[in-house]
Ligand binder design. Structure first.
Ligand SMILES: NC(=O)c1ccc[n+]([C@@H]2O[C@H](COP(=O)([O-])OP(=O)(O)OC[C@H]3O[C@@H](n4cnc5c(N)ncnc54)[C@H](O)[C@@H]3O)[C@@H](O)[C@H]2O)c1
Ligand SMILES: O=C(O)C(=O)CC1(C(=O)O)C=CC(O)C=C1
Length: 289
């Protein structure tokens, strides 16, 4: 936001003293507060960016201190639960519009932030029909100036789409890494030694913050269980094909999956970008961290 010249002063809040100290040290903010109520006084824009399980308490704490006309938004990975937990605490005259930038890494904490994070990414906003049009236009412009393209959808649709594209992949990654670690004959050394290929990619995802992901799964339960059910059925088909030596079925399913991956890459751009989350332009600057 500072890079784009969009802000006068940025302040933050965190209950963790080391986080407050580090954020100030890095110059991410002018000042960090322990109490979020102190951080929002006089703010034009308030962005909730703690684990989604903390949102209700944070919203309750800041509600009475929000300035009239302010915009309250968030970056949480789920949306129905966020609207449920935050909206009731936002007073009349303050505009709440939930959001989710589809951008991040497995790193967390103040050191994990970098200005290019949102470049060439999607940001989903779930304003609902009653949202103030001017506030929505302002927030859309804010994310565009951060380098993202904005898509509007309902919280329900968001949660279903993200359950399959983001939440389930994380669940699978956590599970496969634990399964490997629990195998008696696979020692720590072997897991590391032979993890050059696919497994290594899973370990990166499985290095993501446990509290953040605990809250995602607790707060997108229905959509994740629906997608997990479908996934388990498809996995059973593969299991059956392997058990019965049905090479034709295996090849057919693998061929279909490969075509989908290639189709996505083709549809997404002029130059190859091996990342489904990136928006559909070929010119975005990408920083790998
Ligand atoms: N990491 C990603 O890839 C990613 C991507 C998109 C959205 N998100 C969402 O962004 C949010 C933050 O994730 P992150 O990766 O930036 O995590 P992070 O750990 O870097 O930051 C979370 C912050 O929340 C603060 N916090 C913890 N408990 C709190 C409480 N009770 N009250 C107030 N603040 C509290 C922490 O001190 C920390 O500063 C989550 O809601 C997550 O779902 C994450
Ligand atoms: O690339 C990663 O490390 C991510 O997991 C980023 C990722 C994702 O699943 O795409 C994680 C959570 C989000 O809410 C948005 C983005």
């Amino acid at each position: 936001a500072r890079r784009a010249g969009l802000v006068g002063e940025i302040v933050g809040a965190s209950p963790t003293p080391a986080t407050r100290e580090r954020a100030e040290e890095l110059g991410l903010v002018a000042k960090m507060y322990a109490d979020p109520a102190d951080a929002v006084r006089g703010a034009d824009l308030v962005i909730l960016c703690s684990p989604v399980g903390t949102y209700e308490a944070v919203a309750k704490a800041i509600g009475p201190h929000l300035q009239q006309g302010a915009i309250v938004t968030d970056v949480g990975s789920v949306k129905c639960a966020v609207v449920r937990d935050v909206a009731p605490h936002v007073p009349e005259g303050v505009h709440f519009i939930a959001g989710h930038p589809i951008a991040g890494t497995e790193q967390s904490g103040p050191d994990a932030g970098f200005a290019e994070l949102f470049d060439g990414r999607w940001c989903i906003l779930t304003p609902g029909d009653a949202a103030d049009k001017d506030a929505l236009a302002k927030l859309q412009e804010f994310w565009r100036r951060l380098g993202s393209e904005v898509e509007i959808m309902s919280p329900e649709h968001h949660d279903m789409v993200l359950a399959i594209t983001s939440h389930l992949p994380h669940l699978i990654a956590y599970n496969i890494v634990n399964t490997a670690a629990h195998l008696e004959r696979v020692t720590d050394t072997e897991v590391i030694k032979f993890s050059a290929g696919g497994f290594r990619d899973f370990t990166r995802i499985a290095a993501s913050d446990p509290v953040m992901w605990r809250d995602v799964f607790l707060n997108n339960k229905d959509a994740v269980l629906e997608m997990l059910g479908r996934f388990s059925e498809d996995l059973s088909s593969l299991q059956r094909a392997i058990r019965f030596g049905d090479g034709e079925t295996l090849e057919k399913l693998f061929t279909e999956a490969r075509a989908i991956r290639r189709g996505v890459i083709h549809a997404n751009q002029d130059t190859p970008q091996p990342d489904f989350g990136r928006r559909a332009t070929g010119d975005a600057k990408v920083t790998q961290r």
